[in-house]
Every structure is written in structure tokens, then in C-alpha cells.
Design a protein around this ligand. Structure first.
Ligand code: HEM
Length: 185
């Protein structure tokens, strides 16, 4: 099962590239790229957070081995999302990008989420884990505010809040399952 995580996580990217090659994307392919990489990044982030509570419920230890690849695939999509936004859409115009961050709270939340995910991706190796020692765990708790900011980013940009609210509810459930009172039960 753990090895299936690689082909499964790459499906959204494969579909995107396939549709682009066949000319099946919409009239705004950059928008397609931004929206679909963002959605894949958020779904994979929530799946990363679901592994530990699911392991506790089922006892399946192999679920824990999925956290690292799922987290890294989430970061891959979010990085593509940022490249699509900053390089392809905004032509790396730093003045325009700063203006978007200052004017749109959803861009600020997305950037903040990405900034929290970056150190997690950079310290995901065994060597970094050894180097950081007891600091590795508290550092990797940054995934919680990062996920919350990502879900708020989606809520604040959406014209219809239904789907982002579903993501927020799932995230709230996953975070609640980590609270001490639930674990004691
Ligand atoms: C790196 C900083 C980020 C920037 C500049 C950014 C920017 C954007 C932009 C411009 C859109 C499209 C808005 C629209 O067309 O209405 C978008 C959509 C989205 N972003 Fe981000 N984002 C960032 C980070 C993130 C992160 C970290 C996640 C999740 C982990 C994420 C998930 C999403 C989702 C789920 C959507 C909506 C997809 C849909 O409607 O289907 N973004 N983002």
C-alpha cells in the first residue's frame, strides 16, 4: 500500500499534463494550472494530517509511513501552484506580486501557508531529523497552522463558500482528533 502513494499522488499532475498536451484545458489554461495544483496541494495536505488519527482508529501502522510522501507531494503541488501564480501569471513582477499580497488577504494567507510548509519540506530527510534532534517534532507541528491558513486561503478566494467550508470542517475534525481529551477516550 505505501508504494501506491507515488502513482496515486501523481495522478492530478498526469491528468493536467495530459489535458494540456491534448489541448483539453479551458480557454484560461494558467487559471486551470493554478486552481488544479492548489486543490491537489490542499487535498494531499489533509490526507497527510489524516494518517495519524486513521492509524489510531484502525491500528494500521503502515499509515504512518504515508505521512512523509503525502506531505512532500502536497509541497510539490503547492510549489507548482506558486510558480504558476508568480512566474507564469505575474511574470515574476515583484511589485505586482507585493501589491497582490497587500491587497488580497487570500494571497497573504496562501503565502503564509507556503512559508510554513517550506521548512517542513526542507527538514523532511532523515539527516535533517537527526540534526534537529528534539526540535524536529515541534518544528513539524507547523503543519497545523499551515493547513489552517491554506483552508482559509481557499475560503477567502472562493465565490461560493460551500466546498472550502467542507475542507475547513474536515480539517477541524482532523485537528480535534488530536486533542488530548479525545486521545484519552
Ligand atoms: C504560495 C502562495 C500562494 C499563492 C500566491 C496562491 C494563489 C492562488 C490563486 C491566485 C488562486 C486562484 C484564485 C482565483 O482564480 O480565484 C489560488 C487558488 C487556490 N489555492 Fe492557492 N496560493 C498559494 C498557496 C496555496 C497553498 C499553500 C494551498 C494549499 C495547500 C493553496 C490552495 C489553493 C486552492 C485549494 C485554490 C482553489 C482551487 C479551486 O478553486 O479549485 N494555495 N491560489
Amino acid at each position: 500500500m505505501p508504494s501506491a502513494v507515488h502513482p496515486l499522488s501523481l495522478i492530478p499532475l498526469g491528468l493536467l499534463l495530459g489535458e494540456a498536451a491534448l489541448g483539453l484545458l479551458s480557454v484560461n489554461p494558467i487559471q486551470d494550472l493554478i486552481l488544479r495544483t492548489g486543490k491537489a496541494g490542499l487535498v494531499l495536505l489533509l490526507l497527510t494530517l489524516a494518517c495519524t488519527p486513521l492509524k489510531r482508529l484502525t491500528g494500521w501502522k503502515w499509515l504512518l509511513a504515508l505521512r512523509k510522501p503525502l506531505g512532500l507531494y502536497s509541497f510539490l503541488y503547492v510549489s507548482l501552484h506558486l510558480v504558476a501564480f508568480a512566474v507564469i501569471d505575474f511574470g515574476l513582477d515583484l511589485a505586482l506580486i507585493s501589491q497582490a499580497i497587500a491587497e488580497k488577504r487570500y494571497v497573504l494567507a496562501g503565502m503564509a501557508s507556503f512559508s510554513l510548509l517550506l521548512p517542513l519540506a526542507l527538514t523532511s530527510t532523515k539527516a535533517a531529523q537527526r540534526r534537529l534532534g528534539r526540535w524536529w517534532r515541534p518544528l513539524h507541528r507547523l503543519i497545523y497552522p499551515a493547513a489552517l491558513l491554506a483552508a482559509l486561503h481557499y475560503l477567502w478566494l472562493a465565490k461560493v463558500p460551500r466546498e472550502p467550508l467542507i475542507f475547513l470542517a474536515i480539517l477541524g475534525g482532523l485537528l480535534a482528533l488530536r486533542l488530548p481529551w479525545w486521545r484519552i477516550r
